[in-house]
Design a protein around this ligand. Structure first.
Ligand code: OSB
Ligand code: MG
Length: 371
């Protein structure tokens, strides 16, 4: 595959409902989409860098120039056999994993189409359907939160994850468990606590949670290992698993019993697969995280979730939970059993709605090899 051109574009899309985590509230998304053009084929991907550098240091305004000035030039004009070759082309650039992932994943998408294979098979997936959970943000009131949980349970979702922070944690978990004693429930702190709050975190143990996600610092593994020794509840790491080496360290040091894999956070499908394999070999279940993606990123998360060790329901949910109208066709739908059926079509099995994307585009830049 000769990489002939790369298009960066920003689209803007309002969320159906605001999404609030311990680091802030989002009403509308600014999303960087990548298109790789190769021999008449287009590969698409979504960069999960957000509007602000709050979840991670990367954000849309760092990802755009990192791609246009450094990563795209390293790929343009190259002839490659497989998307697996991308990480080596990008090694000179340190970190910027979300930026790298967007490009690499667009190449995977193109490769699947070129080989007329489903992306999930190309990635080594085996599942024909995947179990889905939902991530429910911090709400204006506990009543509103309970109402949302009720709606998602009725829709069939198999795991409820609630965002927590000091002041919105034990109190809400108590109310949830009082109403639903047996549902599969977890929580995500997005680094809202410190080790000084050990006794407070121990109170989470009474709620029989599937896991507590990233309670401590975003860049920490060591102190999570200390905390895990003190808690009955399994810790799941998200932010701190930036690559396969971090995953190996977390597993070896027993900092967590579960890992959330986000393909953008770890730098692309190649690294995500490595993390999957390390965890599989060590009997650590993984699940696929989400970053409020449009259908393009969502379709990639679905493909990744078909790998064997994605054994827990992911934050991979229906398009309509986030978007009035998604940019893929068909939209992502979840069955009343809380499952997404995997398509056998080549590529992702979802068509990119270029007409709609064009309407939502606020900036666009196409790069070609410099001779
Ligand atoms: O920590 O998993 C997270 C959204 C934005 C940033 C971080 C996270 C999240 C979510 C949303 O939990 C998951 C989804 O996309 O449904
Ligand atoms: Mg998380």
């Amino acid at each position: 595959m000769k990489i002939e051109a790369i298009t960066l574009r920003e689209i803007q899309m309002p969320l159906v409902h605001f999404f609030e985590t311990s680091f802030g509230r989002t009403y509308s998304r600014r999303i960087l989409l990548i298109t790789v053009h190769s021999e008449g084929i287009e590969g698409w991907a979504e960069c999960v860098a957000a509007e602000d550098p709050f979840y991670s240091s990367e954000w849309i305004e760092s990802a755009w120039p990192t791609i246009s000035r450094y990563l795209a030039p390293a790929l343009l004009g190259q002839t490659i056999e497989s998307a697996r070759e991308c990480p080596d082309l990008f090694t000179r650039v340190r970190a910027h994993r979300m930026a790298k992932a967007a490009l690499e994943n667009a190449v995977w998408d193109a490769e699947a189409t070129q080989k007329q294979q489903p992306l999930w098979k190309l990635l080594g997936g085996t599942r024909h359907e995947i179990p889905c959970g939902v991530s429910i943000g911090i709400q204006n009131s506990i009543e509103q939160l309970l109402e949302k949980i009720e709606t998602e349970l009725a829709a069939g979702y198999r795991r409820i994850k609630v965002k927590v922070k000091p002041g919105w944690d034990v109190n809400i978990l108590e109310r949830i468990r009082a109403r639903w004693a047996d549902i599969t429930l977890s929580c995500d702190a997005n680094s809202a606590y410190t080790l000084d709050q050990m006794e407070h975190l121990r109170a989470f143990d009474q709620f029989n949670l599937l896991m507590i996600e990233q309670p401590l610092w975003d860049d920490d593994i060591y102190y999570h290992a200390r905390l895990q020794k003190e808690l009955r509840t399994s810790i799941c790491l998200d932010e701190s698993i930036v690559n396969a080496r971090a995953a190996a360290f977390a597993v070896e040091s027993e900092a967590c019993r579960i890992i959330n894999v986000k393909v953008g956070r770890v730098g692309g499908f190649s690294e995500a697969k490595k993390i999957h394999d390390i965890c599989h070999n060590n009997n650590i279940p993984v699940w696929c995280g989400g970053m409020l993606e449009t259908g393009i990123g969502r379709a990639h998360n679905i493909a990744l979730s078909t790998l064997e060790n994605f054994r827990l329901p992911g934050d991979v949910s229906a398009s309509k939970r986030y978007w009035k109208e998604d940019i893929i066709e068909p939209e992502v739908e979840v069955s009343p059993q809380g499952m997404i059926a995997i398509s056998d079509q080549p590529g992702t099995g979802y068509r990119v709605r270029q007409d709609l994307i064009e309407k939502l585009t606020v900036r666009k830049e196409t790069l070609r090899p410099s001779k």
